[in-house]
Design a binder for this molecule. Structure first.
Ligand code: ADP
Ligand code: MG
Length: 730
């Protein structure tokens, strides 16, 4: 008898005793407490001398370094503010390549030279720290000459106070680097890529008289997640260890009725969401929408978009908050891309655009025709960039978890294509058909474009099967996995568009030098891109086999798994791009690649081990017991004189059980052997290939047979919490 499972169900039955509304809704409007735990503009103004405040603002705007004096003043102000709010400690908050966040807490408290207790926080300590980070993955970056990693303050993302229980910590967003400044994190390449694309975009803006002095890239993410009850979670070793279920028969009721999507939110979940949103708002995360998602037990949270670096930090912080808040509600949040087989997975759409400091969204079609050459420029250049570097974009979202989504016939396919909707397709086709080399052509195209904004967001949001879609005034990158750090895909977007805009400017300037007028030159270059990048545009069903065949004919890459996709991280074209743009050095690229490959191997290894344990220690013993019961029943009935003709149910069941038990168990043994072989391989890539092509398929086989056993077994003796129990009981 499987006590754990039934205890969990029992615990769930008593959840009514637990008051879910223990968090009081603040009576003030959100705008009153929004950002109350953030060292933001208002706070800085209040706590800093005016001169220092002006200097800090200017440095943040320009992305330049702060002098030591100013850093000291900021540190003093931060400490004052944090202590006024009850914080006792501070922490450099950073994003190691594991994909989550890390922090090392230090107290403000110290003893001065005379042994007097004081609170202290200097500019030096604010600016740089040396966390004992030698166990964070560095892909060999540090091992050769310097084991330590350093964190350095990122003033462009505001510090905040994290409340855990009754403790409050001042958290300072930082980059994480080696002694010689190589990135051990996601933030440093992201910041460099932002500077790179923003400069390129600003230069292109000069063609259009926008009066802009700065361009910012913007990100609005949409975070999908599942919730399960804490007791259910704890009764599933695979959820605890691997973040996803490795076995489990599909529930008789799944998502076929589509009744969950935009259905009413269960009260318990609603209480969690409210609590989470209050925390978000206090921390300056502009959470706005919440709703059910397609899968049962699946939800989404989306904020207002922000400047990319801050948006990424907010997403990292959110994932942290979600886990903490869920625990308070006796829930667990599942951020894995595919916690349940046969049910929709979770992604994190990244809405990406660029805006000027004069408030112009560069990807928004304007109402006046003469503004639309600007729109067309940024729009077509983005498509051209994705066309040129599709493989790199694919690599940036590759992970063991995301392999369950990309190319697995749900969510976006692994083939990168761009969806732009009917109207814009017509516009581009029309440009392609014309010669585009006279002032009349420019006029014709602009007239054509003036119809675009009237078409609302037209049909651009409709094609959900596209991995990369234009949605009215931004591009939506749908391949990002739910538990990923958005930095990698955002770094790639920024860099490829930055490079593309530079190439564009060079081509246009060359034509202008030859005496062509500016607008005609722009249109002419755009036309050449429209022709060149045509293969990447696709408006049809991205999930269909027909598209896979068509894409192959077009020469588009279809990297179905992580080891294959990751290879373009270290291809010559990637190295050329990232090194020349100054975003990452060759060493950094190779190190980050190694970390990603290693992470892939470790993930599958943990899953495979956990699955082996589930089979041998949970499913097999229960199945054997059940078989004995049937066998005893058979013998008893035979002894009672029933002829074999009448005992077919028992014999068939016995045989079926035996069939699945023996294949499950022999495959599990085989999987262990394959792992042993893989683990002995010196070469990282060979090991990853083996985990991918040998171990993973065996896991599928094992699961198939385990699920069959679940199908035949007495429900009362099945040892693991079932899908229907995890996903539907509230
Ligand atoms: P919906 O899809 O619900 O109609 P929107 O299209 O306005 O809503 O926004 C969807 C997501 O896109 C949100 O997370 C939002 O913050 C983001 N978004 C909207 N505009 C931009 C932009 N200019 N840059 C980046 N993200 C944006
Ligand atoms: Mg969307």
């Amino acid at each position: 008898m499987s006590h754990t499972r039934f205890n969990a169900i029992e615990a769930l039955a008593h959840r009514n005793d637990f008051d879910i509304n223990f968090v009081e809704q603040p009576s003030d409007p959100i705008s009153d407490y929004f950002g109350k735990n953030v060292f933001g503009d208002r706070v800085m103004k209040k706590y800093l001398p005016e001169e220092a405040y002006i200097k800090v603002k200017a440095a943040i705007q320009a992305g330049s370094k702060l002098s030591r004096d100013v850093a000291n003043e900021v540190a003093y102000a931060m400490k004052q503010w944090a202590m006024d709010k009850g914080a006792t400690h501070f922490a450099h908050w950073f994003q190691p390549l594991t994909g989550r966040t890390a922090e090392k807490h230090d107290s403000f408290f110290t003893l001065d030279r005379n042994g007097q207790a004081i609170e202290e926080f200097s500019g030096d300590v604010l600016a740089q720290q040396e966390p004992d980070g030698s166990s964070f993955p560095g892909g060999g970056l540090r091992s050769t000459f310097e084991a330590r990693g350093y964190t350095a303050w990122d003033p462009s993302s505001p510090a905040f106070i994290l409340e855990v229980g009754n403790g409050k910590t001042l958290c300072i967003p930082t980059i994480f680097v080696t002694y010689s400044g190589e990135a051990l994190d996601y933030k440093l390449p992201l910041l460099k890529s932002q500077a790179y694309v923003e400069q390129a975009a600003l230069e292109v803006c000069q063609y259009f008289d926008l009066g802009a002095t700065k361009v910012q890239t913007t990100l609005g993410w949409e975070q999908e997640y599942f919730l399960v009850d804490e007791a259910m979670f704890n009764a599933r070793p695979d959820l605890v260890l691997a973040g996803r279920t490795l076995v489990g028969k599909y529930s008789p009721k799944g998502q076929q009725l589509d009744d969950h999507y935009f259905g009413s939110i269960p009260e318990r979940v609603f209480a969690f969401m409210r609590d989470l949103e209050i925390e978000c708002h206090q921390l300056g995360i502009p959470a706005r929408t919440r709703h059910n998602e397609v899968g049962p037990g699946q939800y989404e949270l989306a904020p207002m978009f922000e400047e990319v670096n801050v948006a990424v930090d907010h997403n990292q912080l959110l994932m942290d908050l979600m886990e903490r808040v869920a625990r308070r509600h006796k829930l667990r949040v599942l951020l894995h891309e595919k916690p349940f087989g046969g049910v929709n997975g979770s992604g994190k759409h990244n809405n990406w655009s660029m805006a000027t400091n004069t408030g112009v969204n560069l990807l928004s079609p304007g109402k006046e025709p003469n503004k639309n050459l600007r729109f067309l420029t940024f729009f077509v250049n983005t498509i051209q960039a994705v066309y040129r570097y599709a493989d790199l974009l694919r690599a940036s979202v590759a992970s063991a978890g995301n392999d369950h989504r990309l190319g697995a016939n749900e969510a976006p396919p692994a083939i990168i294509s761009v969806f732009i909707g009917e109207t814009l397709t017509q516009v581009l086709d029309n440009i392609e058909e014309g010669a585009e080399d006279s002032v009349e052509d420019v006029k014709r195209v602009l007239d054509l474009l003036s119809q675009v904004p009237n078409l609302e967001k037209d049909n651009t949001d409709r094609n959900r099967t596209s991995p990369f879609a234009f949605t009215g005034n931004k591009f939506e990158i749908r391949m990002v996995g739910s538990q990923m750090n958005c930095s990698a895909p955002m770094t790639v977007m920024n860099t490829i568009v930055g490079r593309q805009l530079r190439d564009f400017k060079r081509a246009v300037d060359a034509q202008i030098e030859q005496g062509r007028d500016k607008d005609t030159a722009i249109l002419n270059v755009i036309e050449s891109y429209i022709v060149e990048s045509k293969a990447i545009r696709f408006e049809g069903d991205g999930y269909s086999q027909a598209w896979e065949d068509e894409a192959a004919k077009r020469g588009l890459t279809n990297a179905k798994n992580t080891p294959e996709a990751l290879k373009s991280y270290i291809s010559d074209s990637t190295k050329e791009l990232l090194v020349n743009s100054g975003v990452m050095s060759k060493t950094e690229l190779e190190a980050h690649y190694d970390v990603k490959v290693e992470n892939y191997i470790l993930t599958i290894q943990i899953e495979a081990r956990t699955l082996g344990e589930l089979c041998t220690n949970y499913i097999l013993p229960a199945a054997l017991d059940y078989q004995t019961r049937i066998a005893n029943n058979l013998i008893t009935l035979q002894e009672a004189g029933l002829e074999s003709e009448l005992l077919k149910v028992q014999t068939t069941l016995l045989k079926n059980m035996q069939h699945h038990i023996s294949i499950m168990q022999t495959t599990a043994e085989q999987m262990i052997e394959e792992r042993k072989v893989a683990n002995k391989l010196e070469d990282l890539e060979e090991r990853a290939d083996m985990y991918c092509n040998k171990v993973r398929p065996l896991m599928e086989t094992i699961r198939y047979h385990a699920d069959k056993i679940e199908h035949y077994m007495d429900d009362q003796e099945w040892p693991l919490v079932k899908y229907r129990e995890m996903m539907f009981i509230r």
